[in-house]
Design a protein. Sequence first.
Length: 116
Amino acid sequence: QVQVVESGGGLVQAGGSLRLSCAASGRTFSMYTIGWFRQAPGKEREFVARIRGSGGSTYYADSVKGRLTISRDNAKKTVYLQMNSLKPEDTAVYYCNAHASGMDCWGKGTLVTVSS
């Protein structure tokens, strides 16, 4: 069974940076599409970014374009979310999702708090 674990969250001042990590198990990690989502207090979970397994193409929500960068290291079975120029509105629990044919797995999330 595939497991997904997020890490790297914390408290940062506005304008600062954090790097989140998503470590996933599974023999075919390189084939997984990995997505980052976030859920702010009182709001629904929303899409942030994703990176495909095959080809590694990326896609971002408009609200994070130019500030967040998703990348992957298949040898380490890890996907990263580099977050720069953070804003208070980026405060949320960030979740990682691993998706492949017949598989859809979520982590428990990591909290990012951006102070003004």
